[in-house]
Design a protein around this ligand. Structure first.
Ligand SMILES: [Zn+2]
Length: 300
């Protein structure tokens, strides 16, 4: 409460129009992890529909598939069959662009054990390769387009994973960020080495082909203060790079939080009205990023 009061007073004087010198093109990515839970699924459907009404664009739902052990366990608890899960994704695809979101494990039956999750420090190519291959096959067999888009686990990004993803058709990535909360050692070092500025799209060459990288900025604020967005985004920006393009993110489970939907839509409306931000769908986002990309870089 005190925090809110301080913000209310502070924002009258601070961060006012702080983004007005920037042209903003934004997309929205949901890490879609728990639609086996009916209330999460229904909230996400509702959000996507309201988002479309406001922006005329679809959000991106980067999906953990039912082959992911964590999702499978959720389906078991919520008594959701494979067919029912696929049906939910198909419904979601009417209002959102579907993508792929990965969490990887050494052994599928050990997923509850924190140390069994694959990270950069314990990366095992064969296990990741096998899981990505199976999950991509699921998309195909269900006739669900993943649009060749991958959104992270930003704690797990390296040249090996990029190559595995590219080999499986994923040529658009949202894993890179200038935000302290959304980068790992690999992505941070790569962006620093090549002077990538916030909102600057770039291409990474892997041994399997090129990947267009569109940065993830920050979470889109579900707080009552849209100015939180100004404060957090402006801290990442470079005054020498003013036509920024990127995505904001949330988890599907965030939608259960009180006020999240209204506050998020309010924040997007504020960005449109105050800064004339272009909130665009996946196709437009990728087309714009590819048009603006000047840097083609090695991924390793
Ligand atoms: Zn996740």
């Amino acid at each position: 409460m005190i925090n809110d009061l301080i913000k209310q007073i502070g924002y009258r004087f601070l961060f006012k129009n702080v983004l007005k010198e920037y042209g903003m093109t934004l997309g929205y990515v949901f890490h879609t992890e728990e639609i086996f839970d009916k209330s999460v699924f229904e909230s996400l459907m509702h959000f996507c529909q309201e988002y479309r009404k406001l922006t005329n664009a679809r959000p991106i739902c980067a999906l953990m598939t039912p082959l992911n052990p964590r999702v499978r366990e959720g389906m078991r608890i919520h008594n959701v069959s494979m067919d029912e899960f696929a049906g939910r994704v198909q419904l979601l695809a009417e209002h959102a662009s579907i993508g792929y979101h990965g969490h990887f494990w050494f052994h599928s039956d050990e997923f509850k054990n924190g140390t069994a999750e694959i990270r950069c420090t314990n990366f095992l190519r064969s296990a990741v390769e096998a899981q990505v291959g199976e999950e991509v096959q699921w998309f195909k067999s269900m006739n669900i387009r993943h649009n060749n888009v991958y959104a992270p686990g930003w704690w797990l990004m390296n040249a090996e994973l990029l190559a595995i993803l590219r080999c499986n058709g994923f040529d658009v990535d949202f894993s890179f960020s200038k935000s302290l909360w959304f980068y790992n050692a690999y992505s941070h070092a790569l962006m620093k080495r090549h002077y990538i500025r916030a909102g600057e799209p770039f291409v990474l060459k892997t041994r399997r082909g090129d990947v267009t990288c569109i940065q993830n900025f920050i979470g889109c604020h579900g707080t009552a203060f849209p100015q939180d967005f100004d404060r957090n985004l402006s801290s990442l920006l470079d005054p020498d790079y003013r036509e920024i393009i990127g995505v904001v993110n949330a988890h599907d489970t965030d939608l259960i939080g009180q006020g999240f939907l209204d506050n998020t839509l309010n924040c997007l409306r504020y960005l449109q009205e105050r800064y004339n931000a272009a909130i665009v769908g996946y196709d437009e986002l990728v087309a714009q990023a590819r048009m603006r990309t000047a840097k083609i870089l090695p991924s390793a």
